[in-house]
Design a binder for this molecule. Sequence first.
Ligand code: SAJ
Length: 416
Amino acid sequence: MKTVCVLGLGYIGLPTASILATSGHRVIGVDVNARVIDALRTGEPHIEEPGLRAIAQSALSSGNLELRRTPEPADAFIIAVPTPLTSDKKPDMSYVERAAESIALHLRPGNLVILESTSPPGTTCDLVAPIVRRAGFEPGAQVFVAYCPERVLPGRILKEIIENDRVIGGLDRASAEKALELYGSFVEGEIFLTDATTAETVKIVENTYRDVNIALVNELSRVCSELGISVWDVIELSNRHPRVRLHAPGPGVGGHCLPVDPWFLVDRCPDCTRLIRASRAVNDEQPAFTASLIETLVEDVDRPKVALLGITYKADVDDVRESPTSALIGLLKRKGYELSVHDPHARTASIELQGLEEALDGADCAVILVDHSQFRELDPARVAPLMRTLQLLDTKRTVAAEAWREAGFTVRLLGA
Ligand code: SAJ
């Protein structure tokens, strides 16, 4: 398979296209968004990811990666487009449908079609295969069809695409083996073959497992608050058990994966996913729990100013999608607080971002919402003169509380 057409040049598609192009394949990178293509043509990818700018530029300058707005004939097609949720928590498969329809015109016998996008169980069989059939080819027999999810962590994508184990789900065995030929050319991790629906479910389960476990510790953060003990101590000591691995609590669960993927299972099997649905509810209530802690800290202050530190969905990334801080801002605005927001990584946000000192200036409470590495180094002696009332709520146990208390701060940890 010499020529590969990658549809969707986002967090997954662009690194995948670049790695394929720099490992000997001719790659046609397709994105319907002109801004994505234009940014790439200027050598500046539209996403911040360590190493991506360099490998994308190398792929483009080698001539092995060509950029297009629409697909062209190829030996293999990889669909890596978004699968967001609708407002009523249903999977929006329109991007996948449009991408699959767009390659149908170019299919030839022996081609391989791979879906990488996180998708509800059954998508490869019930949505992609029928499109291949309507194009005049028997899926599996004449055109191979497989599902191959990624499991890379933003910030480590280029490393993990190559090193992580992969699961390949074929519409049939021959399709799985055909996909193995392609992924085997650049994946160093172990590759496991299964059927398409199992592979789709594996991808969703990996994130659902994480979301349910985070819900457990977020619920424990409320329990420990009520008991007057520290959830962080409970987690640390519980994890000393050889078979216990509790996650970390926080102000909520963000990103484009964990708040989304579990709903694909709930939508597909609504009558047997009570725990998954309840876990989503617990995590979605965590911003309100955080707001209640802030309210306690500033209840005696007239017209308090609250400085929110961190608006990305997790530490040391620039992505603000589904950020818990965004949910918290809405809740705090309704309480009439004056708000300021600072984040050293976010490039865009729904609210005006300020520098650290400006955000802290005159504040009655500083709230650390993301454990960015820059916040670990915050010097309380430098922060104190800026603030009107010395109060800190640390929702991710980011700083050394004792040092802040010695500098005169009242320090509260989420869940303690
Ligand atoms: N979070 C907690 N407590 C924790 C871990 C995370 O509150 O103990 C929060 C984070 O702050 C963040 C959210 O959960 O708001 C998601 O964090 P994450 O570390 O799960 O980050 P993602 O969503 O970028 O990556 C996950 C990963 N999935 C798993 O670890 C099972 C990654 O491997 C997937 O590839 C990615 O989702 C995805 O693309 O699906």
